[in-house]
Design a protein around this ligand. Structure first.
Ligand SMILES: [Fe+2]
Ligand SMILES: [Fe+2]
Length: 253
């Protein structure tokens, strides 16, 4: 399928993401190297940028071909992700970070957590909407396709001016301390397991507190109880989980 170019001819590249006063902005540069900010709601620009990202990295097309995914960008998904879930995950991650014990804080870079949480699910824009919004459990094949989103996001952003640390967190935001998540780890190690846990627990909490087509929105206690299971299974450090509990109680989220 040939992607239609928007009328806008300006070439842009994504430089990263920032949060200013609880609002998320994506940082772009134009051809002249001029930097500008756009909110998550500017779907036209974001869609164009994703199209450019696909063109720039042949690995993206290889993944899409392997799983027979059409390279069509779902505007509705893009808008929801950039203006909603990724923004909320970032808010939670920043809250969790601020309440972490000092010995953990020193092991991670706040700006990397911020950027990675704001971009973590970008790869979902290429996951077919019928899988993304299926009102039932995904079958094995569909699950396999859904699980490519973290690698697709990593590959899309690899050609942009995003730091290697941020890219690694995006790729492994569904991994955990037991290494039982996805994608499989190269040489059995997570580059920043603390960073992965912060983004991952914030991502999951954000998702559980939102309604999905297959389930209702969970309340705070229900969501925290589900995530406590991950502590018991050794997938997440108790101190990171405790920071989430404190954040959720303190800000009533
Ligand atoms: Fe994800
Ligand atoms: Fe997510």
């Amino acid at each position: 399928m040939i992607l239609k170019k928007p009328r806008e001819k300006k070439r842009v590249s994504l430089k990263g993401a920032v949060q200013i006063n609880q609002n998320s902005y994506f940082v772009y540069t134009d051809e002249a190297g001029k930097t500008f900010l756009k909110t998550g709601k500017d779907e036209k620009l974001h869609k164009y940028a994703v199209q450019k990202m696909i063109e720039l990295n042949p690995s993206v097309r290889t993944i899409l071909k392997k799983y027979k995914i059409k390279p069509s960008i779902d505007t509705k998904t893009l808008k929801e992700l950039t203006g909603g879930h990724m923004n909320e995950t970032c808010n939670i991650a920043m809250g969790v970070y601020s309440l972490l014990p000092e010995y953990i804080k020193v092991k991670v870079d706040k700006s990397v957590i911020k950027e990675a949480s704001m971009l973590h699910d970008l790869g979902k824009v290429l996951i077919p909407a019928k899988i993304l919004n299926k009102p039932a459990k995904l079958n094995i094949k569909e699950r396999e396709i859904m699980n490519t989103h973290s690698t697709i996001g990593y590959e899309l952003l690899k050609t942009q001016s995003i730091s290697e640390d941020t890219l690694e967190l995006i790729k492994y935001h569904h991994q955990n301390l037991k290494h039982s998540g996805y994608p499989d780890l190269e040489e059995g190690k997570i580059p920043s397991d603390i960073g992965v846990q912060i983004v991952s627990i914030s991502d999951k909490y954000s998702a559980l507190r939102e309604a999905r087509v297959y389930r209702r929105k969970l309340n705070r206690v229900e969501a925290l109880l589900i995530l406590y299971k991950e502590v018991r299974e050794g997938k997440i450090l108790p101190d990171i989980y405790n920071a989430l509990v404190k954040y959720a109680q303190k800000f009533d989220v």
